[in-house]
Design a protein around this ligand. Structure first.
Ligand code: ADP
Length: 309
């Protein structure tokens, strides 16, 4: 049995737009799975269908063996959804938000109280249980969203960009909490724009683009596929134009900052000796940010190159 099994899932919106063009996806029980893709790829549509907020046009979805069409109540009970927008009642206390959610899932009062305490403690919010939620910080509100989604002990937790817009320190704290939840046996599906997030948390990954799955593999094989590393170098002296060096694609970002694509087989030594010969001094080197976007472009490039005669 899979935690999630999707076959030939299609969605055509009322205006005729085909947002999902027949996707297949399997998520193993206990996995920490990343669903990545650019804006408009179809991630929210897919998550909307899995969590019964959007009706599919065709295809099947099964959650822990429960078919979403014929066994919807059971399937829904297996899922906890953390949507992007904060959508709890901001005038309610933290504790009440969870107790009400537990009631919605039909948990008896005693169990609801136990689960509320457990989930709030897990998200490091127990001290805040009696606080009116609008008084919480942005990071805490996001953790309330996660705690609320976990209160009925779902087997599958779906997080739609859980750390979008939160600063790195809070993001890392949230990663630890999500990891702990996963280690205790909850299967997690995460959508994210941060490759670092997917890289450090997720074992398996699917990339969706224009309503199709374009890549589905484990994280390490995906990263190994990338033949080029992208860096940004800070230069000691300004340059008027990017240097021309065979085998390395370069682009001047500002007069003292140079983006460079380094093929793995060439490595950095060759690049630095070429730069030294040209009397170009590098002060520092860092990985290009937004590696997800880069990874995505590289995959599309590789596919286009592969399909050429
Ligand atoms: P993502 O979550 O990957 O950004 P979405 O699933 O939100 O992508 O959207 C996929 C595509 O479907 C987009 O082109 C979007 O404009 C379109 N879309 C989403 N919702 C609707 C809707 N209710 N009606 C028509 N088109 C929609």
């Amino acid at each position: 049995m899979k935690a999630l099994s999707i076959r030939n899932l299609r969605k055509t919106y009322n205006n005729g737009f085909e947002a999902l063009k027949g996707i297949d996806l399997d998520v193993e029980v206990g996995d920490f799975f990343a669903l990545l893709g650019p804006n408009g790829a179809g991630k929210s549509t897919a998550i909307g269908i899995i969590s019964s907020l959007v009706n599919a046009s065709a295809g099947s979805v099964s959650i822990f063996g429960h078919d979403l069409h014929s066994d919807r109540t059971q399937a829904k009970t297996c899922i906890g959804l953390v949507p992007q927008e904060i959508n709890f009642n901001q005038f309610d206390t933290v504790k009440n938000i969870l107790i009400n959610q537990a009631g919605y899932y039909g948990l008896p009062r005693k169990l609801a109280l136990q689960r509320t305490e457990l989930c709030l403690k897990q998200m490091d919010l127990w001290e805040k249980r009696d606080t009116v939620s609008r008084r919480l910080s942005g990071g805490m509100k996001r953790r309330v969203m996660i705690a609320r989604a976990m209160v009925h002990a779902p087997k599958l937790l779906i997080l739609d960009e859980p750390t979008a817009g939160v600063d790195i320190e809070i993001r890392r704290a949230m990663w630890k909490m999500m990891e702990a939840v996963n280690q205790q046996g909850t299967t997690i599906i995460l959508t994210t724009h941060y490759l670092e997030e997917a890289e450090s948390l997720c074992r398996n990954i699917a990339i969706i683009d224009q309503g199709k799955i374009v890549e589905n593999s484990d994280m390490s094989s995906l990263l190994a596929k990338l033949q080029v590393d992208h860096f940004v170098m800070d230069l000691a002296q300004p340059l008027a134009a990017a240097p021309q060096i065979d085998g390395f694609k370069m682009e001047l970002l500002t007069d003292k900052s140079l983006a460079v694509a380094v093929p793995k087989q060439s490595g950095l030594n060759q690049l630095f000796s070429e730069l030294t010969q040209r009397n170009i001094q590098v002060i520092s080197l860092k990985n290009k940010t937004n590696r997800l976007e880069q990874l995505f472009m590289d995959l599309v490039d590789a596919k286009t190159a592969g399909s050429q005669p």
